[in-house]
Design a protein around this ligand. Structure first.
Ligand SMILES: Cc1cc2nc3c(=O)[nH]c(=O)nc-3n(C[C@H](O)[C@H](O)[C@H](O)COP(=O)(O)OP(=O)(O)OC[C@H]3O[C@@H](n4cnc5c(N)ncnc54)[C@H](O)[C@@H]3O)c2cc1C
Length: 297
């Protein structure tokens, strides 16, 4: 910890110590990060990585797909939301998107610049960085359907340009060629399709009907197994409304866990394990989490 404090003294950008991560996650739970680093330029980011040898680094997007345990995260958490957030139109129905931009920003940009189909991004509350890592998707489209190339940064703070073919992409899974973090991506959209205001509204209405959007959740907790939908399996196991501590399975959508206000990360993790056990018993299916569980108890 002392070494980390010394490192941050030499580097530009903002460093916060023992910063509670509950402030940055959509479940509103999670213990502190030893260091919470907010770079103000690519150079800051690079300098921080160069001087941070052997210290664990966790990258944070909008915190809408992570469960940070109550003990928090050791080492440094890097948050790029405040500076890497530009979206620029490029030739041939393309745009360059930095990872701190939100999926909603991209959907609105696409609507304004006649790019599409991108309405599916509108209801995903994450950042483009998170969407690249998760291959986030909805309504039949996935993020990597549109990725042409990416700019990434490695553990030494060196920036590389990689092509889509350098990655192995599947449902909510992206395998990278080496340890890296995403900085920006070039997205190429269809020559004939656009994104319309009515699609944005239609998708929003559809989500409002089926998902508990006004509550503190992390979206779908489990990936859909090969056969069936995780939500339907959980509902058929009789778990809607099931509660542990301050959290419960949503009555609106069984694949959502709601923090009712006083949940701890442990409550949520215990509920996740309970669901996995119950679904295994009832359907003999292993549910895998879509949500990433990070940090220490
Ligand atoms: C109400 C609600 C609805 C949702 N609907 C959908 C949906 O329809 N479809 C869907 O796919 N998801 C959905 N989600 C889940 C979530 O929004 C997506 O998975 C999103 O892509 C996560 O982005 P994020 O910025 O919040 O990532 P985070 O939760 O901050 O991080 C996710 C992972 O990515 C890593 N990471 C983040 N940025 C970078 C980077 N630049 N480089 C390397 N690693 C990075 C983090 O370390 C972490 O491991 C929903 C969530 C909520 C709360």
């Amino acid at each position: 910890m002392c070494i980390l404090i010394e490192i941050t003294k030499k580097i530009k950008g903002q460093s916060l110590f023992n910063e509670p991560l509950s402030k940055y996650t959509s479940w509103k739970v999670g213990g502190p990060a030893d260091i919470f680093f907010i770079p103000q330029s690519r150079n800051d980011l690079s300098d921080f990585l160069k001087s941070n040898h052997d210290k664990p680094i966790t990258w944070l997007g909008n915190g809408t797909n992570i469960l940070v345990r109550d003990g928090g995260i050791r080492g440094a958490v890097i948050a790029t939301k405040k500076f890497l957030n530009e979206i620029k139109k490029e030739e041939h129905n393309a745009c360059r998107v930095e990872v701190g931009a939100s999926c909603m920003d991209l959907a609105l940009f696409a609507e304004k610049n006649e790019l599409g189909p991108a309405a599916f991004f509108s209801g995903i509350p994450g950042s483009i960085g998170g969407a690249l890592v998760m291959n986030a998707g909805s309504f039949g489209h996935e993020t990597w359907d549109f990725v042409d190339s990416v700019e990434v940064i490695d553990e030494e703070g060196v920036i590389h340009n990689l092509n889509r073919k350098d990655f192995k992409v599947s449902y909510r899974t992206v395998k990278c060629p080496f340890p890296l973090w995403f900085v920006s991506c070039l997205m190429k959209f269809s020559e004939s399709e656009t994104t319309t205001k009515s699609e944005l509204k239609e998708y929003r209405d559809q989500r409002l009907k089926t998902q508990p959007l006004n509550e503190d959740t992390c979206g779908s907790v489990f990936k859909n197994p090969e056969k069936g939908h995780a939500g339907a399996l959980i509902e058929r196991a009789g778990l809607k409304g099931h509660r542990i501590g301050g959290c419960s399975i949503s009555n609106k959508h069984a694949n959502f866990i709601v923090n009712e206000g006083s949940a701890t990360s442990k409550n949520i993790e215990d509920l996740i394990k309970h669901v996995q056990k119950a679904v295994k018993k009832k359907h003999n299916i292993d549910l895998e989490t879509e949500v990433r569980i990070l940090g220490e108890d």
